[in-house]
Structure formats: C-alpha cells, structure tokens
Design a protein around this ligand. Structure first.
Ligand SMILES: Nc1ncnc2c1ncn2[C@@H]1O[C@H](COP(=O)(O)OP(=O)(O)OP(=O)(O)O)[C@@H](O)[C@H]1O
Ligand SMILES: [Mg+2]
Length: 283
C-alpha cells in the first residue's frame, strides 16, 4: 500500500467517505525510516513528535517508550485499522524506525530521553497539514449517521479518549478524521486477559463528544457489525511483533477474542450505548 493510495481523493462531503478509504487487504503496515526530527507536538500527552521520513512524508511519531509503552501502539493499530476497515477516515499508520541520534538537537531533555527509550520501531501517523481540532461547537459538520457510527465504534473498542475535552478528531478539508486510539482497549493494562472483559460494560461512553449528535445506533450496528467481524483477523495481523511482548501470537489472539466476544449477538455494548444516547439532551 503506498501513501498515495490511502490519501483521500474526494474532498466533498462526508457521505463519500466509503469510496475514499482503502479496502483492507492482507498487507502489513508500511515501514519508513525517520530522517529528520522536525518538532515536538506540544499538544499531546505522550509527547508525540513530528518527523520527516525517507519517503519524504511527514509523520506524527508516537514513541514506543512513552508512558503506556508499546501497548498503547498496539491499541493505536488495532483501533485505527479497524476504524479504517469500517469506512471511517483515519490517517495512514506506518511503522516508523527511529535512530535516537535524530533527536539530539532537541533541547528538551524529556524528549531526548523519550527518543533514547524508543530506538527502532515506533508508530507513524500520516500528518494532516493544516488540520483543525474538532470542537463540539462546530460539530454540525458531523451528520447524525456518522456520529452514531463513531459512538458505536468507540463503544466496541472501549475508547476513553473521545471526550469534549479531548475529542481526538481532526477536521481536514471539511471532513472528520479519527486519531489517537492509544487509550482504546484500556482493559489490556489489567492483570486478566483482555478477552475476559469482552462482555463488560463501558459506562464511560456517557462522556463521548458526539453522543448528543448521534442518531439511533441500530442502523450503524446493522452496517458495521458484519464488517467489523470480518476485519478482525487482518486488523490484528497488522500489529508488528516487536510491540506484542514475548508471545505475539497469544496477544493477537487475545485482541481478536475480545472483539469477537463483543460482536457476538446480542451485542450488549450497543444497547448500553443506545441507552446512554437516549439519556443525553438532544436539544
Ligand atoms: N495525523 C495528524 N495530523 C495532524 N495533527 C495531528 C495528527 N496526529 C496528531 N495531531 C495533533 O497532535 C495532537 C496530539 O496527538 P495525539 O492525540 O495522537 O497524541 P497523544 O499524546 O495521544 O495525546 P493525548 O493523550 O493528549 O490525547 C493532536 O491533538 C493533534 O492536534
Ligand atoms: Mg490525543
């Protein structure tokens, strides 16, 4: 998959999104090598940096050595690639190799240490130049059907980071893009296997930035559930081994079993999100 093949070619309205996101093939994430550290992105809690790579692209680098470690990058890939498979807009994700020497000129000691702890494979997120942060006030650009799909998706992957304070949505060329899935699948940080929580509730969906704009979830569920189910294997296969610990096969299987268990009918996560949606004031 080349960078060009995943860039949107249609700029008009969000309803055309299904034709502009690449079909999910069996291909692994592309690999690039960072050639220049441009600047830190001060907005991000994990201190992501903007880097240039050997394909001349600019990427937001999310460091393996940051707070939550490689598990956050696993969540980024499984969450981001699953969203893409569903037809939602996600910037291309690549594996970005880093030599810590690149960040030597950066005066911030914290960033130097982060780069030192992140030699090798990190996550690169295609940089969307000039993208604006989504604000709830400007949320009119997100139609109820799309809002419902985002609520459905974020409940499925238990993404705690789509709140009004931190929506992790970017508006680029008039369309809404999803970023930052590092805090999805948050129960992976517990002692038990992630799959044990497949049928657990997700009350934090009440904090979702688009809950008040979402239409009924039944239609989103009908469209998305079969696509998600079919995408599970190829999505988990995209996570690089090096972020998966001593038993990559078992970790991938755990993520797959979590998604599979959540998607099995009756889908309690959908009824939970629908109940939360009805509770909020749609005025
Ligand atoms: N692909 C991108 N194109 C343009 N800007 C981006 C992109 N990815 C991230 N940004 C900008 O960088 C900020 C931080 O990125 P991101 O949310 O991924 O990092 P984070 O450290 O996980 O953040 P936090 O935990 O604070 O939400 C975003 O809010 C956005 O402003
Ligand atoms: Mg963020």
């Amino acid at each position: 998959m080349t960078a060009a093949s995943v860039r949107p070619v249609v700029w008009a309205d969000q309803s055309e999104r299904f034709t502009t996101t690449p079909a999910l093939g069996d291909d692994a994430l592309r690999h690039v090598t960072a050639t220049r550290y441009v600047a830190p992105l001060r907005e991000g809690g994990s201190l992501p940096g903007l880097v240039e790579a050997d394909d001349d692209g600019l990427y937001v680098m999310k460091f393996r050595g940051a707070g939550q470690g490689p598990a956050a990058l696993v969540a980024e890939v499984v969450g981001g690639e699953l969203a893409r498979a569903l037809g939602l807009l996600v910037p291309e994700l690549v594996v970005a190799e880093l030599e810590p020497e690149l960040a030597r000129a950066e005066p911030d000691v914290e960033i130097q240490e982060l780069a030192d702890a992140s030699a090798g494979a990190n996550l690169g997120v295609d940089f969307l130049p000039g993208a604006l942060p989504f604000t709830p006030a400007a949320g009119g650009a997100v139609p109820p059907e799309l809002a419902a799909e985002l609520v459905w998706f974020d409940t499925l992957v238990m993404n705690v980071d789509r709140t009004p304070r931190n929506p992790n949505l970017l508006v680029w060329h008039g369309r809404t893009w999803l970023i930052d899935h590092g805090a999805a699948f948050y129960r992976q940080h517990g002692e038990a296997p992630l799959a044990d929580s497949a049928r657990a509730g997700f009350p934090l969906i009440r904090e979702h930035v688009l809950l008040g704009r979402a239409g009924a979830l039944a239609q989103a569920d009908r469209r998305l559930a079969p696509v998600a189910q079919q995408a599970i294997e190829s999505v988990v296969a995209r996570v690089p081994d090096v972020w998966l610990g001593p038993d990559p096969l078992a970790r991938r299987a755990d993520f797959a079993a979590f998604l599979d268990g959540r998607l099995r009918a009756p889908r309690t996560f959908v009824s939970e999100a629908e109940a939360a949606r009805r509770e909020v004031d749609h005025g």
